[in-house]
Ligand binder design. Structure first.
Ligand SMILES: [Zn+2]
Length: 346
């Protein structure tokens, strides 16, 4: 990040101006904006792998050096991903608007559709990556917004049992009440043992890591990762990921919507191999899911607005960041609105 960068990659609003090449969107349209910026023409976009677009990240050389290839540009998401100004602002410029923007039907309120920009498709892709068969057991690490929506989508795709793992009682409560999950607090329970006991000794059919690189944990492993990260000997803390790999049943699937940035230590490759696990990960191809998920919202089959715990003016965003970071006041998701407009950003 650089000083003056504008954050925000989940936003919607009203179109105030369009470029001369834009044909599908007009001034006055109310639209949602997917977080990955995608050209629509390259091989990856044509394959529906929008978040892997080859043409939208002007700083692709940075990622090529680090990872061997680039991902799509992302709004308000660091210079590695293009340095695009994000949506926590009164106005935002949206490149490739013909392939990215989706008009919102007038009868759907902002809060019903806002999360189509990221976390609803992300939760859906996370569940879809599990290849759920009817009646499967799915365990989700992390009861933040993505984890909770992954639980809802797992049910929608046919899961027979959903487990939720976290340490914050209010989030576990949300998982239990809103997402019909059986909950486990990792500070109080041996997760692997509990999940094995609850699945006839086998472990869940699939496990979703909705935690990512900033995992908290208990015991030696958590201390190991914190020390190594502090000494810059490891980028990310894969505590949850190791636990998932250990808990998953043989032949099961690990789905990783949680973000990882670089190198992790003590990755149990032996367990992945010995247990024949499938590992799927990556940013979400939001554009691919927009229309099908919009239909599920219209019919009332999926509603993600239960996540919103706070509503604030854009001017109060710094307070919102603090609240979210410290997990105070039961904060799960904050909706920001610029004063005096109907525009909504997250
Ligand atoms: Zn592309």
């Amino acid at each position: 990040m650089k000083e003056g960068d504008i954050l925000g990659h989940e936003f919607m609003g009203e179109v105030v101006e369009v470029g001369s090449a834009i044909t599908s969107i007009s001034r006055g349209d109310r639209v949602i904006v997917p977080f990955p910026i995608a050209c629509g023409d390259c091989w990856y976009c044509q394959e529906g792998l929008w978040a892997l677009c080859d043409n939208s990240n002007p700083n692709s050389w940075m990622l090529e050096k680090l990872y061997g290839d680039t991902g799509a540009g992302i709004f308000g998401y660091s210079h590695l991903y293009g340095g695009y100004a994000g949506g926590q602002a009164e106005y935002v410029r949206v490149p490739f608007a013909d392939t990215g923007l989706e008009k919102v039907p007038a009868e759907l309120g902002d809060e019903k559709v806002l999360f189509l920009t990221d976390i609803l498709p992300t939760g859906y892709q996370a569940a879809e990556n599990c290849n759920i068969r009817k009646g499967d057991t799915v365990a989700v690490w992390g009861c933040g917004p993505v984890g909770l929506l992954a639980m809802k989508c797992a049910w929608h795709l046919g899961a027979g049992k959903v487990f939720a793992i976290d340490r914050f009682p209010e989030r576990l409560e949300m998982a239990r009440i809103n997402c019909k999950a059986e909950t486990l607090n990792y500070e109080e329970t041996d997760i692997t043992e509990a999940l094995h006991n609850m699945t006839g000794g086998r472990g869940p059919d699939s496990c979703i890591d909705a935690v990512g690189m900033e995992a908290q944990g208990t015991g030696f492993e958590a201390a190991y990762d914190t020390v190594k990260q502090t000494l810059h000997l490891e980028n990310d803390r894969p505590i949850a990921l190791r636990q998932l790999i250990k808990a998953c049943r043989k032949g099961g699937t690990i789905s990783v919507p949680g973000v990882y940035s670089g190198f992790v230590d003590k990755m149990p490759m032996g367990a992945i191999f010995a247990k024949g696990l499938t590992l799927r990960a990556g940013q979400t191809h939001v554009q691919k899911y927009l229309r099908p998920l919009m239909r599920l919202i219209e019919t009332g089959e999926i509603d993600s607005s239960f996540l919103i715990t706070h509503r604030m003016s854009l001017n109060d965003a710094p307070m919102g960041y603090e609240l979210f970071d410290r997990k105070q006041d039961g904060c799960v998701k904050i909706v920001l609105r610029p004063q005096g407009t109907s525009q909504t950003v997250h």
